[in-house]
Design a protein around this ligand. Structure first.
Ligand code: EPU
Length: 431
């Protein structure tokens, strides 16, 4: 398979950002990582080929394809198009295969749906906080599955899955991959399943669209109540992955932090409304068309904001770190309260090394805007944190050296090349 190991050989690279070069021009946004991952997993639900377009070339999507190959699927990749044919499927995904990516847990639902059993190594700890899968498992149990956790593996099995009312309401709001997982198991259950407290993220809608193309009967995706009428079998389908709203948001912040005016093409403006609203409130000019967004300064000094991360359509947790970078450079005191992953603040210590003035109180970051950030060697701790450090580097005086670039390769397709296209002075070098 082409590209399966595409990014790993570059995993020890570092990115050097020479700050202070204003961005202008336009780029195209890639397909969504968080849509592609469960949609690739959903291809396990049929023996027929599934053709997926606009699959971003990322280490996470490549891991997911490797997991599918390990499970017995045939995978072909030709640039952005991936074809998966899972004629026969194993139901066991061991630690060596799934340990690299937490999202591998989303093979549980399709394997349970198709094979009526699945054993997947439990995801380990995560730098953005404790990430349990209790709600996923509770959902499977509601459908009649037994769940056993032993030797670091979770095993789910059911002679038959039966539609049921499944409540996925959690302490921190709805669960995205939990909703995906239950949906993927329930499409082949007998009878009707109603998911209450479902996640309404655009990626959940994209998965439901793909499953419906495969012959599933799902209604209500995009609301808190999803209704799934089980069918006997699914067939192959062809699908275009939606644009990545977090990549869109990240480039919007790049344009705000250091732009003369940039345009992002091939986007869904509706999916990033909370981000464009925040940027407009801060004083940037944002212009949208049906599938493009432009951001530019509007002549006034950008202002402080008070933001709270929430499930969609609220302000996304996956944009919190990037926004911390931006608000470090706007006038006044901003606050961001992280309601989805309350401990997701590893990037702040690194931003402080670049001159940001930030403190944390509980789940709230209090950010005093500064006139200048300074380039420094910094360490990426997770995907979005790494992006935030690159964004801060665009604005900073001097050179910012971002290490552990493999985090960026997990979720941004050619971030450095796209920023270069916009005029950033950024280079990728070997450690
Ligand atoms: N939660 C539970 N129990 C569960 C599942 C989740 O308590 O069984 C909690 C989590 O600990 C968290 C909250 O519920 O506090 C929401 O977590 P969720 O399950 O929605 O997260 P996820 O589905 O594992 C996806 C994205 C994340 C994104 C979150 C929130 C994928 C592959 N990942 O994760 O994306 O932050 O939703 O929107 O879709 C990223 O792309 O950088 C990323 C981390």
């Amino acid at each position: 398979m082409q590209g399966a190991l595409g990014s790993s050989s570059r995993s020890m690279d570092k990115i050097l950002v020479h700050g202070g070069y204003p961005l202008s021009g336009s780029i195209k946004i890639s397909g969504s990582k968080n849509s592609a991952l469960p949609i690739i997993a959903a291809s396990l639900l049929t023996r027929d080929p599934c053709v997926l377009h606009r699959v971003p070339d990322l280490s996470d999507t490549n891991y997911m394809l490797q997991i599918l190959m390990h499970l017995g699927a045939e995978v072909e990749r030709a640039s952005g198009t991936v074809t998966v044919k899972a004629e026969k499927v194993e139901s066991i995904a061991p630690y060596e295969i799934v340990r690299k990516m937490r999202a591998s847990v989303c093979v549980l639902g399709p394997l349970l749906g198709r094979c009526k059993e699945a054993t997947v190594s439990l995801p380990g700890g995560c730098v953005i906080g404790d990430r349990p899968i209790d709600l996923h498992l509770k959902g499977f149990q509601s459908l009649g599955a037994a769940v056993r956790v032993e030797n670091g593996n979770v095993k789910v099995f059911a002679p038959k899955l039966t539609g049921a009312i499944v409540s996925l309401r959690g302490k921190f709001g709805p669960t995205v991959l939990g909703t995906d997982n239950v949906m993927m198991a329930a499409v082949l259950a007998e009878g009707t399943t109603v998911i209450e407290g479902a996640a309404a993220e655009p990626e959940v809608c994209d998965l439901a669209d793909f499953l419906n193309k495969m012959g599933a009967k799902i209604e209500g995706a995009g609301t808190r109540r999803i209704i799934i009428e089980g069918v006997h079998e699914l067939h192959g389908a062809e699908h275009h992955i939606i644009p990545d709203r977090i990549e869109t948001g990240t480039f919007l912040v790049a344009g705000a932090i250091c732009g003369k005016g940039i345009t992002l093409n091939r986007v869904c403006p509706g999916h990033v409304a909370s981000v464009t609203t925040a940027l407009t409130e801060a004083g940037y000019k944002v212009v949208t068309t049906e599938n493009s967004i432009s951001v530019s300064p509007n002549g006034s000094v950008p202002k402080a904001l008070e933001l709270v991360t929430e499930p969609y359509p609220g302000f996304p947790t996956d944009m919190q770190a990037q926004m911390c970078a931006l608000l470090s450079t706007t006038e006044g005191i901003s606050t961001i309260t992280e309601n989805v992953f309350p401990q997701r603040y590893m990037h702040l210590a690194e931003l402080k090394r670049m001159g940001a003035q930030v403190q944390i109180e509980g789940a709230t970051a209090i950010i005093q805007g500064v006139e200048r950030l300074y380039g420094a060697p910094v360490m990426a701790s997770d995907l979005r944190a790494s992006a935030a450090l690159v964004l801060a580097g665009l604005k900073a005086d001097g050179v910012t050296e971002v290490r552990r670039v493999y985090h960026i390769d997990r979720g941004y397709e050619h971030l450095d090349e796209k920023l270069s296209e916009l005029g950033a002075h950024i280079e990728r070098v070997k450690e």
